[in-house]
Design a protein around this ligand. Structure first.
Ligand code: SF4
Length: 367
């Protein structure tokens, strides 16, 4: 069954590293945005979905009433499975117990809390609006509100971060008793304030070697604490893997609604405008509508599927495409098997632990 992604492009303040489509000075447009979003959702009336992911931006920067309105419309216009996973991204600086209880009552059953770090100096440097104590309170309140499926986002490779401060952050994350942790490296995006501060040497990022070491430390600590790695950056207690994100890596179709949302629907990929005013004026307009060739689909199957630690299934590839990936991608597969970055495990082709650390380089060769 398809998944549904909803984009809420509002934030209280832009973080220093952020190049996502989000706006900190458009709060007066929230009502108009929710109306436009409703118009877009109507065109999918009756579509069956079994995962919903409300991301941003900062969805929880909307008022409780705004969020309830959004949830009502999701249930009104989509045929949401009874056992659907319904995730909302949550910024600790924008939530309290009352709002979290309202979200739970409205049907949200999974929270993804953007913690990034439990070190207040690191949080201030990257321009987050919350403190580490806010993040701890948010996780406690979420549990009190009835959430059993909670994920924390943690970042490494932050300015002046060390392996020791990352270790402290992870220990605090474990003590929050959540079932899922995403651990991402900072991507320094051109055009962001952080990029400028690094370029002008006001701030220093950890070296590449230090970053690899941080990734190793994080993987090791997470595994030892009972979070198994199921994707390059994602770790979960058994049964708490993100069903929605697995759809992306499994090349399952999904509907995206909202400014800048992407969709993979009826065999086509397309995007919505990233211009907020244009979206509000014309929420049904689609861009870059691209039908996928067989070769495109094969490539996607490989570079998305290999992100999962279990890898890609030879049988699955053959049943979809009537050919084998050993034939279609003979050169890169042979090269990385020989280098020990890929390995075969029964029906699956997957990264070795060493390959996971160099995954970006390897995945590029399947595009
Ligand atoms: S909260 Fe997220 S989307 Fe908003 S500015 Fe920060 S990183 Fe970007």
């Amino acid at each position: 069954m398809r998944g549904l992604y909803i984009h809420i492009p509002f934030c209280i303040k832009k973080c220093e590293y952020c190049d996502f489509v989000s706006f900190s000075d458009c709060y007066h447009k929230k009502a108009a945005y929710l109306s436009a979003l409703t118009e877009e959702m109507k065109i999918y009336r009756g579509e069956a979905v079994d995962t919903v992911y409300i991301g941003g931006g900062t969805p929880t920067s909307l008022t409780t009433q705004g969020l309830e309105f959004l949830m009502e419309n999701i249930f009104r216009y989509f045929d949401v499975a009874d056992d659907a996973e319904i995730t909302m991204e949550c910024n600790p600086g924008t939530c309290n117990l009352e709002k979290l209880k309202a979200l739970r009552t409205a049907g949200v059953n999974r929270l993804s809390i953007g913690v990034q770090s439990f070190n207040d100096t690191e949080l201030a440097t990257i321009g987050r609006i919350h403190s580490s104590n806010d993040a701890i309170s948010c996780a406690v309140d979420a549990k009190f509100a009835g959430f059993k499926n909670i994920s924390l986002d943690i970042m490494f490779g932050l300015p002046n971060q060390t392996t020791e401060t990352l270790r402290d952050t992870l220990i605090k994350a474990f003590s929050a008793g959540v079932n899922h942790i995403s651990c991402y490296s900072l991507i320094l995006e051109e055009g962001t304030p952080l990029f400028e501060r690094v370029r002008t040497r006001q701030l220093y990022l950890p070296s590449e070697d230090a970053e690899v070491q941080m990734y190793d430390v994080a993987c090791d600590m997470l595994e030892k604490s009972g979070y198994h790695q199921y994707e390059i950056s994602n770790f979960a207690r058994s049964g708490f893997e993100s069903r929605h994100n697995l759809k992306y890596w499994d090349c399952t179709e999904y509907i995206g609604c909202g400014c800048a949302a992407h969709s993979y629907y009826n065999n086509q990929r397309y995007t919505n405008t990233t211009d907020l005013d244009e979206y509000i004026a014309s929420p049904l307009k689609k861009y870059d509508v691209t039908g996928l060739s067989i070769r495109d689909k094969m490539s996607e199957f490989m570079f998305l599927g290999l992100r999962k630690t279990k890898g890609v299934s030879a049988k699955d590839f053959e049943s979809r495409f009537g050919s084998t990936f050993y034939f279609e991608f003979n050169e890169p597969i042979k090269k990385y098997l020989d280098l020990g970055l890929l390995e075969k495990g029964g029906d699956f082709l997957r990264f070795t632990p060493e390959g996971l650390r160099l995954s970006n380089t390897v995945l590029c060769e399947f595009v």
